[in-house]
Design a protein around this ligand. Structure first.
Ligand SMILES: [Zn+2]
Length: 99
C-alpha cells in the first residue's frame, strides 16, 4: 500500500517488518522513543494524527533521507503559502526553529 502512496521503499520495508496491523502502536512508540536532530526534525511524524505532519508515513529511522526529501518539498510549499489561511494547520513548521 505504501508503494502506491509514494512512500519511500525503505519506510515501506520497515512497516512490512512491523506489520500493517500494528502501525498505530508503532507510530506512538516511535514518536515517543525517537529523537530527531538537526535537519531531520522535519520528518518527525508526531503531528500525523492531528494532520500537520510534513510526511504522511512513519519514517524508517530518525535520519531517513527519502523522508527528508519529501518533508523538505512539503515545507517549501508551506513556506510559500505561510500567509494563506488554508495553510494555518502547518504554522507549527513555519514558526518552529528548524535548522
Ligand atoms: Zn525510510
Amino acid at each position: 500500500m505504501g508503494h502506491l502512496l509514494g512512500y519511500p521503499i525503505c519506510c515501506c520495508q520497515k512497516i512490512a517488518v512491523v506489520g500493517e496491523m500494528y502501525i498505530d502502536e508503532w507510530e506512538a512508540l516511535f514518536v515517543k522513543k525517537t529523537h530527531f536532530e538537526g535537519r531531520y526534525k522535519i520528518i518527525n511524524p508526531k503531528g500525523y494524527r492531528e494532520g500537520y505532519s510534513l510526511i504522511s508515513h512513519i519514517p524508517c529511522s530518525p535520519n531517513c533521507e527519502p523522508s527528508l526529501n519529501i518533508a523538505q518539498k512539503a515545507l517549501s510549499i508551506i513556506m510559500l503559502n505561510k500567509y494563506n489561511k488554508y495553510f494555518d494547520k502547518w504554522n507549527y513548521w513555519t514558526n518552529a526553529a528548524i535548522d
